[in-house]
Design a protein around this ligand. Structure first.
Ligand SMILES: *Cc1c(COP(=O)(O)O)cnc(C)c1O
Length: 419
């Protein structure tokens, strides 16, 4: 755009003067820009688009619902799309998660989960106030969600507003026992209200992965000490890791589950926090002071709920799991060739998420090499956004083999250029 735009972009340094593409249309894994470029969306528009952009069933559901009921107060009122969605979710998510609380983003789903956990202990008459978290985690950018996430350059300026948490180390391969011991110690104090964790993959922390066995062991420790287990599946949910939930691979049922991003297939902002009966029951009373004090204007927006119902129908009617399995195989093959040719290390994969670290002098989120690679990818019509020196792919499940081959060849060329 020629004239300076008043738009202030998220996680973007306007002072670097990077070109900001304007996208007019999309379908599947393709984005079409106003200057006539066709760009492949290799990161699902920041991890949200699961089936592909503008899936016709989701588009139709949004159009139908918009013409019927656009928005409704949700405190003490209800509508069919929310009722259907809550029943649809309880039918496919672990049976113990009997209740569905709506909000609008992953961050708010996490805020709600933390408030539910403290509300549970307070209403039970045995208040606990410590939250246990894992190093390198990301749970969102609101104050509570930042408090339970990794501290660093992203939130240094806001640190006076963040509350204290108990942090356990990330379970690096071979050092899992260290993590489990730290969790055990944090839980044993009797002050821990809840442990919040991203199951199997820490996304924004650098696509760090750990085993289902460790996830299972962490769950067992929390159960033993009556510490609530909060699974933040905002990124890992909806098939990303190869199963509907990452927790399924570890046979883990959380007390509280956060879902957002792919809940609507990525088409509309919507989130849910699902809770087990004891959490709900602790707020269930004739005493109004025990109700769950949380709401936002667009709680359970009907159009967003209709989009989520269409997502559930796609999971029932289309071979989504098979698509993820095939995609996972193709991703592995492509990265194997790249790793054989370039100085990269630590290739890791969980379903439709694959990552590798480029050996570079400067690492970390603000590494220059990340920006250089991003520019190289975009110059060749690929949307990829390295996390520091970590290149990862997380494409929509509909991506074609031709589009994947194109992505691998662009990574190949870009690595040759920047290294
Ligand atoms: C993206 C993300 C969030 C925050 O979701 P928003 O919708 O961006 O607020 C929370 N947790 C995890 C694991 C995420 O990846």
């Amino acid at each position: 755009m020629s004239e300076k735009s008043p738009v202030w972009h998220p996680f973007h340094q306007h002072g670097l003067g990077e070109h900001i593409p304007l996208v007019e249309r999309a379908e599947g894994a393709a984005l079409h820009t106003s200057d006539g470029r066709d760009v492949i969306d290799a990161i699902s528009s920041w991890w949200v688009i699961t089936h592909g952009h503008n899936h016709p069933h989701i588009v139709a559901a949004i159009q139908d619902q918009a013409a019927k009921l656009d928005q409704l107060i949700f405190a003490g009122w209800t509508h069919q799309p929310a009722e259907d969605l809550a029943r649809g979710l309880t039918a496919i998510m672990p049976a113990e998660l009997e209740y569905v609380f709506f909000s609008d983003s992953g961050s708010t789903a996490v805020e709600v989960a933390l408030k539910m956990a403290l509300g549970f202990w307070t209403n039970s008459g045995a208040p606990r106030d410590r939250i246990v978290v894992m190093e390198h985690s990301y749970h969102g950018d609101t104050i509570g969600a930042m408090s339970v996430g990794e501290r660093g350059v992203f939130n240094r300026a806001y640190s006076p507003l963040l509350f204290d948490v108990e942090t356990i180390p990330f379970p690096n391969a071979g050092q899992e026992q260290h993590t489990l011991d730290a969790l055990e110690a944090a839980c044993r104090t009797g002050q821990a209200a809840a442990f919040i964790v991203e199951p199997l993959v820490l996304g924004a922390g650098g696509m760090l992965m750990y085993s289902p066995e460790t996830l299972r062991a962490m769950r067992d420790i929390c159960s033993r000490h009556d510490v609530l287990f909060i699974a933040d599946e905002v990124m890992t949910g909806w098939g990303r890791t190869g199963t509907l939930l990452a927790c399924h691979q570890a046979d883990v049922v959380p007390d509280i589950l956060c879902l957002a991003k792919g809940l609507t297939g990525g088409s509309m902002p919507l989130a849910v926090t699902m809770a087990s009966a004891p959490i709900y029951d602790a707020h269930y009373s004739t005493d109004r002071s025990k109700l769950f004090f949380h709401s936002s204007s667009f709680t359970a927006n009907p159009i967003a709920c209709a989009a989520a119902n269409a997502n559930l129908a796609i999971w029932r009617e289309e071979p989504v799991r098979e698509r993820v399995t095939t995609l996972a195989k193709n991703l592995a093959a492509g990265f194997e060739l790249l790793a054989a040719k370039h100085p990269v290390s630590n290739v890791r994969q969980m379903g439709s998420i694959i990552a590798m670290d480029v050996e570079a002098q400067d690492a970390g989120y603000l590494a220059d090499i990340g920006l250089k690679m991003r520019e190289g990818f975009f110059a060749r019509d690929i949307l990829l956004r390295p996390l520091g020196n970590t290149i990862y792919l997380m494409p929509p499940y509909c991506i074609s083999e031709q589009q994947l081959d194109r992505i691998f060849s662009v990574i190949d060329q870009t690595l040759s250029d920047v290294l």
